[in-house]
Design a binder for this molecule. Structure first.
Ligand code: ADP
Length: 227
């Protein structure tokens, strides 16, 4: 496997190109995340963190530049290939949990595995193991509405890890929680990431959380700079 899990080269993104409301969000962003590395992406609101994460996670395409995941260039790949890569190699965590409300915590973690071709029994088992590793196995049969904000985010981490991705992308994963819960939930995420040797790019504007990561990259004026 390649030692570079995510490589972004010369990424450009413009919204509403040519229109009066044109927004040039990324102006040639370069970034590398190595195997086992946890990288903080720090920038103020509106700077383009979500845009960059969506491009890195193959949820959006850049206007120019290249995205490489686990050594595979994504440029010009079919939608089918991009979807398959996204499903198997990338885990995504949002600021708001986005769990499916009508399914239990365990089912929310089982479903992406079934979509990836895993059998029901092993998918259920893995879901339980993941919930156990973030300390909420006893909540397996609860629906998201019956969980606290911190518990919902823990389930969202487990869902992102369900298909043992190579890369975790997280967009302000604890930004919606009070400071104390945020610290504990972030601790649980970091333990899970470190235990599995996963590579991660985590957007935050909390500098204390950023300091716990291996490297800190700032997004400023459409470019990425390392601290
Ligand atoms: P962040 O995650 O750092 O808050 P975003 O990536 O969400 O920043 O947004 C960066 C800029 O791009 C903002 O000015 C935002 O208003 C603009 N933007 C984001 N998505 C769109 C879109 N779909 N259409 C037009 N402008 C957008």
């Amino acid at each position: 496997m390649s030692d570079v899990v995510l490589r972004l080269s010369g990424i450009e993104k413009v919204y509403n190109r040519g229109a009066p409301g044109e927004v040039h969000v990324l102006r040639g962003a370069d970034l590398r995340v190595n195997r086992g590395e946890v990288v903080a992406l720090v920038a103020p609101s509106g700077a383009g963190k979500s845009t960059l994460l969506h491009i890195a996670g193959l949820l959006d395409t850049p206007d120019a530049g290249e995205v490489e995941i686990a050594g595979e260039a994504m440029q010009g790949r079919s939608d089918r290939k991009r979807t398959a890569m996204r499903r198997s190699e990338v885990g995504f965590v949002y600021q708001f949990h986005h769990l499916l409300p009508e399914f239990t915590a365990q089912e929310n973690i089982t479903l992406p595995q079934l979509a990836n071709g895993i059998g029901r029994k092993s998918a259920d088992l893995r879901a339980l193991e993941l919930l156990d590793s973030v300390g909420i196995k006893e909540r397996a049969n609860h629906r998201p509405g019956a969980l606290s904000g911190g518990e919902q985010q823990r389930v969202a981490f487990c869902r992102a890890m369900a298909n043992t991705p190579k890369l975790l992308l997280a967009d302000e994963p604890t930004g919606n929680l009070d400071p104390e819960t945020s610290d504990r939930v972030f601790g649980a995420l970091m333990r899970l990431v470190r235990e599995t040797g996963l590579s991660a790019l985590i957007a935050t504007h909390n500098l204390e959380l950023a300091a716990q990561m291996d490297r800190c990259i700032r997004l400023d004026g459409g470019y990425l700079r390392e601290d």
